[in-house]
Design a protein around this ligand. Sequence first.
Ligand code: MGD
Ligand code: MGD
Ligand code: SF4
Ligand code: MO
Length: 681
Amino acid sequence: MKVVPTICPYCGAGCPLGIKVSNGEAIGIEYITDHPLTKGALCPKGNAALEILYHPNRIRSPMVRERGGWREIGWDEALELLARRLMEVKEKHGPDALGFLSSAKATNEENYLFQKMARLLGTNNVDHCARLCHSPSVVGLRKALGSGTMTNPIPDLANSRCIFILGSNFAENHPIVSRWVLEAKDRGAFVIVADPRYTPTAQLANLYLPLRPGTNIALLNGMMAVILREGLADFQFIAQRTKGFEALRASLSDFSVEKASEITGLNPADIVTAARAYARSEASAIIYCMGVTQHATGTDNVLACANLALMCGQVGRPGTGLFPLRGQNNVQGASDMGALADLLPGYVPTTDDGGRRRLASLWGREDLPPKPGLTVVEMMEAAIEGKIKAMYIMGENPAVSDPKAGDTLKALEKLEFLAVQDLFLTETAQLAHLVLPVACWAEKSGSYTSTERRVQWSEKAVEPQGVLSDLEIIGLLGKKIGLWDKTFSPEEVLREIGLAIPAYRGITPERLKASTEGIFWPCPDQSHPGTPILHRDRFLTPDGKANFYPVSHQPPKEEPSLNFPLIMTTGRMVAHYNSGALSRNILPLSRYAPSLWVEINPQDAEEMGLVEGERVRISSPRGEVEAMVRISEKVIPGLIFLPFHFPGVNFLTLKELDPEARIPAYKVSACRVEKGGSHGV
Ligand SMILES: Nc1nc2c(c(=O)[nH]1)N[C@H]1C(S)=C(S)[C@@H](COP(=O)(O)OP(=O)(O)OC[C@H]3O[C@@H](n4cnc5c(=O)[nH]c(N)nc54)[C@H](O)[C@@H]3O)O[C@H]1N2
Ligand SMILES: Nc1nc2c(c(=O)[nH]1)N[C@H]1C(S)=C(S)[C@@H](COP(=O)(O)OP(=O)(O)OC[C@H]3O[C@@H](n4cnc5c(=O)[nH]c(N)nc54)[C@H](O)[C@@H]3O)O[C@H]1N2
Ligand code: SF4
Ligand SMILES: [Mo]
């Protein structure tokens, strides 16, 4: 028996997962006890991961859709078809009639090669789920600090004296983070949680702030008003390391705790307590996630978090910083690799002539397309309008996960050609003309970058059966199209990544394979140990100074009305994962919640005469879905919560986008709940 080191394929925490292999078969999990993040722990999803490997629903052969069903075809025929259809559309309608969705589940090498293929074909229409997730961090933190990533490693939270958590339910969604927050608490840290739901994370709080959904900026500005009034700002830090403070101060001059309380619904005294605790502690950290980013004001929300941290000098030291917890196992890496419509590898804007041409010359071209491409939701809109004719989707399930699903389905159905590359015949794959079955994480090698910027190598544990890896498929396809004349190993691609992205220059396959802990980027050369904490002496902005951007509260795009009197928010639960493709079929996970449920406050339930377990119909101006009632104090009156892991939820959500980051406002829509689903209890 041998133990093969891999990385958990679920969330962005990047926990190491050893696979015990005997006679070529995976027979169990080995806990990696010497890893500094996890010390061997895995959450329920990591523990269930091997179920994916031999799952009976895995697709094992390429398939084309023909009248009434699927026909299995060989790999050569499948790749020939894919190459031909993409090239036909390109020749007839131009490269921007093509749309590519890359995958935050795939390795760095796969994402790099996928976006390279799209760009060599002449389009920047390549994007992925970071757009639905932390695009406001990429935009907002880049403007404020020069980098959109987490500033400090997760175990460094143990050094915090105050941890301020906004819109993150890490106790369910990044469980390993809880260990370090609890460690800090044991050492005396004060923990504040701002979330409209009393989640398992909120239960860790010393101070819980149940703010109204969509009012983060009012809370943060209210805290900053207190800090300025009481002289708690770090004026030395502000003078030495930042720019734009006077504009921020002016913007806050007519704001107050009372106004913040009015907008957020919070007790003014609690806002004052939070402000004092955060500003006065020797080391304060901010953890934030989808409750901050998934709003039409997502970028402004992120900027408000950065303003607070900068005003108090709580960045660039152990125990401080901003922790935008990344979602998918490789969403940090997919973003670093340039699988984003407006950014090339290493976050070079497509419009930056110098940077773009440098990359073009590495790829043997004179230039690449400068015009930013369409983002995830925009591609679907363009498909409805007939501007995008063909899409190639690698490892995403937009039919379930994109907002306003009625439109997504219309878009996918209208395409002249849709190819989907996945482990399972997902809701999206069922709409495809061509389905390509793919190897899962344990059946391939490559590198992943966790939310901590920790780059780690995952080794192939077992041979794939009937399927190819994403890297093999893209390699063969590019060869057929004539983009390159060979296929590539993950090691070769990682070496090219080092040439394309300065922050990865020192990260080689050899170094990664030899290390259990991985390497934190930026790592500029092979003797560099990596950079766990960013912004220590200078920020990553061009002039080394951080920037304040004043922002003010704006009401959510949709508010309750007579017809739709409740606010609906959507999110996650520990035992399910995103669109459900990797949890609804996995029995050790799905048994916790086999079908869709909705959380309703007891007061609202009583008014509507609802009982626990009853089925109800939930509708918004865009659609409706049925769910089972869970009566719970977790949500405040007037608010309902739905996990989006089941098809149907996104028929209700809004497509309103943040103007800069283009993220949809998943976290607030208006809805109503009615008794009586069609199936009884
Ligand atoms: N078990 C599990 N783990 C996962 C995932 C999964 O599906 N399942 N998905 C992964 C991915 S891709 C991601 S992006 C992460 C997401 O991880 P999280 O961001 O933790 O997940 P969510 O449940 O979407 O949202 C977090 C919280 O935001 C709160 N919220 C809603 N509106 C507001 C608001 O206006 N202000 C504030 N302050 N809070 C608000 C919600 O009540 C919710 O508790 O999880 C990753 N990990
Ligand atoms: N209402 C609502 N909607 C949301 C959100 C929300 O909070 N509320 N959150 C949004 C967020 S943050 C995100 S990240 C998105 C997630 O949206 P998606 O990315 O669409 O969700 P997943 O279910 O993670 O889909 C990943 C797919 O990749 C496949 N896969 C796994 N491993 C591999 C691999 O190695 N190669 C390939 N080719 N495929 C693989 C899986 O089988 C699965 O079908 O959802 C968004 N949608
Ligand atoms: S916390 Fe995330 S990476 Fe760690 S075991 Fe759980 S799902 Fe996997
Ligand atoms: Mo995400």
